[in-house]
Design a protein around this ligand. Structure first.
Ligand SMILES: Cc1cc2nc3c(=O)[nH]c(=O)nc-3n(C[C@H](O)[C@H](O)[C@H](O)COP(=O)(O)O)c2cc1C
Length: 384
């Protein structure tokens, strides 16, 4: 395939060839491997886009190691994405200095009785094994300040805050030559974040995989762009091919942040069962639920969603709810109850029919975008 040119201001800002970022994606199933691992980051950055490491499931030490692995495999720019809790202490109070792992059973004792009873009831009724799970208290999500420090010390080219406002670290990051990116799902938050000094903002619509807001991408992008001005915006949520990229650029985005499409690649970190789910999905096969993390989160539909809906419980705050979902999901996996297991994924899953190398996904996206932007509108659209 002949090389195509697709350059926006984002390419100059980040020193990349194409304005396409693979999204920071943490564990695709609670406690499982990260959706955007080193391999995906390196593949996307080497292909001319910018790969973003999903740092939320790593321990602080693993994060540093992963960053060093990326640096050893590419000299191209890359990013690191962390989930910052609202309170920047340790995981909203869950983490304890010096304690790295705690048996899940012990941690569950600290959650409300009604939630514990529900977990026990499901285990009993479905005859699930007592999965031996150790909760990792030293993940970047439990210890966000330590994780941010690692990113600063390692001078990662792009720091991305998947949740929370990274405004508190912008000055220090800029002094080290690090660009800072925030993510929003509405224009009120877009304005607040833009005022905190960040360099780039991702506006992610309701259709996106993972944590998601209520506004669809088509309605969100123009409003977020206006609200964040002059901070430039990248479009996200439901972008799976060149048509999506072209639409986002046409709306005024300087680039795109693509999750699910890059998850379903050879290098994407999803479990095989979750990649298969994406390939088999239609556009109706994902759901938003608070069952996983306490926040609204989109995943491939599975029967865990129904169990939670029928529980009548209120979700616990992030990240405490993760303890409940981890307890059950680990047991479902161990008991091979696949219909109760689904990974995080967006509505664009229905468009994805093949697992391919990430480079190919990126090149095809660029090719199609350039075709759309440089040709007349398709014959199928225009009046005769
Ligand atoms: C498996 C998966 C894990 C995700 N984990 C994170 C995360 O840890 N941090 C974050 O900022 N966003 C996370 N997201 C959201 C993505 O960064 C991105 O905004 C979203 O996937 C874009 O929508 P799309 O899936 O339609 O491309 C995740 C998405 C998926 C699919």
């Amino acid at each position: 395939m002949a090389k195509r040119t697709l350059r926006t201001k984002l390419c100059d800002m980040l020193g990349i060839e194409y304005p396409i970022l693979s999204a920071g994606m943490g564990p695709t199933l609670i406690g499982e491997k990260t959706g955007a691992p080193v391999e995906l980051v390196v593949a996307v950055s080497e292909a001319g886009g910018l790969g973003v490491l999903g740092g939320s499931g790593y321990t602080v030490d693993e994060l540093r190691e992963a960053i060093r692995q990326i640096k050893s495999q590419t000299d191209k720019p890359f990013g690191v994405d962390l989930l910052l809790p609202q309170k920047l202490d340790m995981g909203g109070g869950l983490g304890q200095a010096g304690v790295d792992k705690v048996p899940l059973g012990l941690v569950l004792k600290s959650i409300p009785q009604a939630h514990r009873d529900w977990v026990e009831k499901i285990r009993r009724e479905m005859v699930l094994p007592e999965a031996e799970i150790m909760v990792r208290m030293n993940t970047t999500t439990m210890r966000p300040l330590e994780a941010v420090k690692v990113c600063l010390e390692e001078k990662v080219p792009l720091f991305c805050a998947g949740l929370g406002n990274p405004g508190f670290m912008v000055e220090e990051a800029h002094a080290l030559g690090i660009k800072v990116l925030g993510i929003t799902g509405n224009s009120k938050n877009a304005k607040r974040m833009a005022q905190s000094g960040i360099d780039l903002l991702v506006a992610q619509g309701h259709e996106g995989g993972g944590h998601t807001g209520r506004i669809g991408t088509m309605a969100l992008l123009p409003q977020a762009i206006d609200a964040a001005f002059p901070v430039p915006v990248l479009g996200a949520g439901g972008i799976g091919d060149g048509r999506g990229v072209a639409a986002a650029l046409a709306m005024g985005c300087i680039g795109v942040w693509v999750g699910t499409r890059f998850l379903a690649t050879n290098e994407g970190g999803a479990l095989e069962v979750n990649k298969r789910r994406i390939i088999e999905s239609t556009d109706e096969d994902t759901r938003v639920s608070r069952a996983y993390t306490g926040k609204t989160l989109r995943a491939s539909y599975n029967r865990f969603h129904d169990l939670w809906d029928q529980s009548g419980l209120d979700p616990l705050p992030f990240p405490t709810q993760v303890l409940i979902s981890s307890a059950l999901l680990a047991a479902f996996v161990e008991a091979h109850q696949d219909e109760y297991v689904g990974g995080l994924a967006g509505q664009i899953s229905g468009l994805i029919k093949e697992i391919k190398p990430a480079r190919q996904v990126l090149e095809e996206m660029v090719e199609e975008t350039v075709d759309i932007l440089t040709r007349r509108l398709p014959e199928s659209v225009m009046a005769k």
